[in-house]
Each structure stands twice: as structure tokens, then as C-alpha cells.
Design a protein around this ligand. Structure first.
Ligand code: GDP
Ligand code: MG
Length: 163
């Protein structure tokens, strides 16, 4: 069985860009505006001879009864429930937000391996800016640049080491 890796995080941190990197496709809709990806989206990934499935989240159909925020939370919970491991994406340029803390609280409450990916960190692998992300209690932050393809291999090595 291929492990299923869910990519979660608040809007605009670069989840869909990371999904595209991990799957080497451009199938997910990458939006310059928050929350434009319409559907939860699955893709096949491979690192060497190891194969995995990636789930992008944050796409949603706005639902008039539950509202957008609840729908996004529901979709994240569903993706996490299905996943063998979770990549939690945050944005080093924006820094930590209340939403990041909410998501990390939720992720701590489920019994899944979580890997913290600090995105938009092109050229910052040694940056002191990475320090604040230890605060989330999600272990070692993995600096990545989804857009520039930096740190992805090392993140995937860590995630796939368990399988
Ligand atoms: P999502 O809402 O979390 O799926 O985020 P997207 O993947 O749609 O990306 C949101 C914005 O961040 C887009 O403008 C991307 O081009 C940009 N972005 C994504 N990854 C990186 C990165 O590694 N570095 C920089 N500087 N921008 C990025
Ligand atoms: Mg997206």
C-alpha cells in the first residue's frame, strides 16, 4: 500500500505549489488568491523507488449552510483522517498566525505523524526566522521552497522514513 500524505495549512501558504512539486504535475490549481482551489485533490508521487499518494487540501466548494471556514476545516479533518502522515505547511514570510496555532492544536489531538514544512524559505535554510516555528510543538521545522524546489527531497525523506 502506498502511504497517503495529506498537505494541510491555512490558505496561501503554498500547499498547492508543494502538491505540484511532490507529484511533479501542475494539476492542482495554484491561486494567487486565498482559497481558490476548488476540490480536494489527489496525486501520485515518487521518490526514488518509493511511491506515495499526496492529498492537497484547502480547496472547497463554498457551502451556504456551513460557510467557507467550516467547510475548509471539515475538508482538512477528512484529509487528515485518511492520511498516513501529514505535512503541515506554514509561511516563513508571513510568520505564525492564530490560524497556524489552531491547526497545530488540532493536529496534536489526532494520532498521526506530522511534519512541519516552513515554506517560502528560499535561501533561508540557516535563517534565525525558522526559530519561531518550534513554538508550534510540531518538532523540527523543515525549511522548504515549494516554488523553487528547495528542501523538498529532505522533507520527503523524513516523511517516507516511517514507511
Ligand atoms: P495554498 O492556498 O496554500 O494552496 O497556496 P498556493 O500554492 O496557491 O500558493 C499561494 C501563493 O504563494 C502563490 O502566489 C504562490 O506562487 C506562492 N508560493 C508558493 N510557494 C512559494 C515559495 O516557495 N516561495 C514563494 N516566495 N512563494 C510561494
Ligand atoms: Mg491551494
Amino acid at each position: 500500500m502506498k502511504p497517503v500524505i495529506a498537505v494541510v495549512g491555512r490558505p496561501n501558504v503554498g500547499k498547492s505549489t508543494l502538491f505540484n512539486r511532490m507529484t511533479k504535475t501542475r494539476d492542482a490549481i495554484v491561486a494567487d488568491f486565498s482559497g481558490l482551489t476548488r476540490d480536494r485533490h489527489y496525486g501520485d508521487g515518487r521518490l526514488g523507488d518509493r511511491e506515495f499518494i499526496v492529498v492537497d487540501t484547502g480547496g472547497f466548494e463554498p457551502d451556504s449552510t456551513t460557510g467557507i471556514v467550516k467547510e475548509m476545516a471539515k475538508q482538512t479533518r477528512q484529509a487528515v483522517a485518511e492520511a498516513d502522515a501529514v505535512v503541515f505547511v506554514v509561511d516563513v514570510r508571513a510568520g505564525l498566525s492564530a490560524q497556524d496555532h489552531d491547526i497545530s492544536r488540532y493536529l496534536r489531538s489526532v494520532n498521526k505523524r506530522v511534519f512541519l514544512a516552513v515554506n517560502k524559505a528560499e535561501g533561508m535554510s540557516e535563517s534565525p526566522l525558522l526559530g519561531e516555528f518550534y513554538e508550534l510543538g510540531m518538532g523540527e521545522p523543515h525549511p522548504i521552497s515549494a516554488a523553487h524546489g528547495q528542501g523538498i527531497r529532505s522533507l520527503l525523506d523524513a516523511v517516507l522514513a516511517d514507511f
